[in-house]
Design a protein around this ligand. Structure first.
Ligand SMILES: *Cc1c(COP(=O)(O)O)cnc(C)c1O
Length: 383
């Protein structure tokens, strides 16, 4: 039996290990200088004035909902095809997530569906750069402007991506990132929000630190014991240990992206002539970050089982969020709400893609996927 090939995994070098070890020997394990350093590097990477580190991408999304003051009665439009955390963040603040359908070719949030979901209660749109491809931000921004809504981004897949020459991080009023090991860079757990808005930056910082208006280091510098808790926040801080790893990883982002894109090109070329294996469409005005490489095939369930038996760690991203029992029960969502996402869900398969995937391993994946794709139990894709 050959070794199991996962769909994603981190790449850690000796200098990443050394960066973490240095922090462990330093004075500050948390709320120290590495946090500000990582934030500055992230802001530079996204091309924004501010970045606020959070303990994970989900907390970062929660922070964006707090910063916008989302609460009961407020609706926030999210795509149906995303990780549940995008919608959960709205619910944490008592808001109502409203699910928009996706484009059938890219599986990115469809601006026409977003437009149809806007009501007098809508406050914001959270665009999700599915698989690492930035959404159509011009279309979404003009919708948001026309209706006085905040356009936000869940770019947990898209660190290093860009849209019309503008980098992921600066394409919306606030953007959330994740540094989970399967994402583009790894902190272990980690996340951040980028923004150009000074007030939102202040609220994001307050929220990740219990709602307390100054942090430990600022107080120590002032020699003061007094602090005020002015809002109900959380402990959503990211430690210096994690930030040191994130900083070290961020320096490798260009290399990581280059390798992901090379793997994607090879998959594209291999599937170019296939009728049964259909990659997602790519917009030509974007730089794709390729967190995922998603292919559609007629009999996904059969293909998934066959490939997993062969040690190929294929996966499915995602179960449409409105079909989860929690959303059905709490918000009365049901099948039929987002037909394009529901149809796509039956056919999508995520193939292994990560910087450490060797050419030989990709050859093995390609052989197995092509043989499954051409097998007789894979009827032709309708349409
Ligand atoms: C990974 C991910 C998240 C959550 O990030 P965590 O760091 O795991 O909390 C949110 N949204 C999307 C689209 C993601 O892929």
């Amino acid at each position: 039996m050959s070794e199991f090939i996962p769909y994603g995994r981190q790449w850690i070098d000796d200098d990443d290990v050394a960066a973490v070890a240095d922090v462990l020997r330093s004075d500050w394990l948390t709320t120290g200088p590495k946090v500000a350093e990582f934030e500055a590097a992230l802001a530079a990477c996204g091309g924004t004035r501010y970045a606020v580190a959070y303990c994970n991408g989900t907390a970062a999304l929660h922070g964006m909902m707090f910063a916008l003051d989302i609460g009961p009665g407020d609706e926030v439009i999210v795509p149906a095809l995303t990780f549940a955390a995008t919608a959960n963040a709205v619910v944490y603040q008592g808001g109502t997530p409203v699910f928009a359908d996706v484009d059938p070719d890219t599986l990115l949030m469809d601006p026409a569906s977003v437009s149809a979901r806007i009501t007098a209660r809508t406050r914001a749109i959270i665009a999700v750069d599915y698989a690492g491809q930035p959404c159509d931000y011009d279309a979404l921004q003009s919708l948001a402007d026309r209706h006085g809504l905040a356009l936000l981004a869940d770019a947990c897949h898209a660190l290093g991506g860009s849209y019309r020459g503008r980098r992921a991080g600066s394409l919306a009023r606030m953007t959330a990132f994740s540094f989970h090991p399967v994402k583009t860079i790894a902190c272990g757990e980690g996340g951040a929000v980028t923004t150009d808005d000074a007030d939102l930056n202040a609220r994001l910082r307050l929220f990740r630190n219990h709602g307390i208006s100054t942090d430990h280091r600022q107080r120590e510098a002032a020699g003061a014991w007094y602090y005020e808790m002015v809002e109900l926040g959380y402990n959503y801080r990211l430690s210096d240990i994690h930030c040191a790893l994130g900083l070290s990883q961020l320096a490798k982002l260009p290399r990581f992206l280059e390798r992901r894109r090379a793997i994607a090109r090879r998959y594209d070329a291999a599937f170019a002539g296939s009728t049964n294996l259909q990659p997602l469409a790519r917009q030509d005005n974007v730089e794709h970050a390729y967190h995922l490489y998603v292919v559609r095939l007629p009999e996904r369930d059969a293909a998934f089982a066959t490939l997993r038996r062969q040690g190929i760690g294929v996966n499915v991203h995602y179960v449409p969020v409105h079909l989860h029992p929690f959303y059905r029960q709490r918000f009365g969502t049901a099948a039929g709400l987002c037909p394009v996402a529901e149809q796509a869900y039956r056919h999508i398969l995520s193939l292994p893609i990560y910087p450490g995937l060797s050419d030989a391993d990709q050859t093995r994946v390609l052989g197995a996927v092509r043989s499954v794709g051409e097998s007789t139990d894979q009827k032709k894709l309708a349409g």
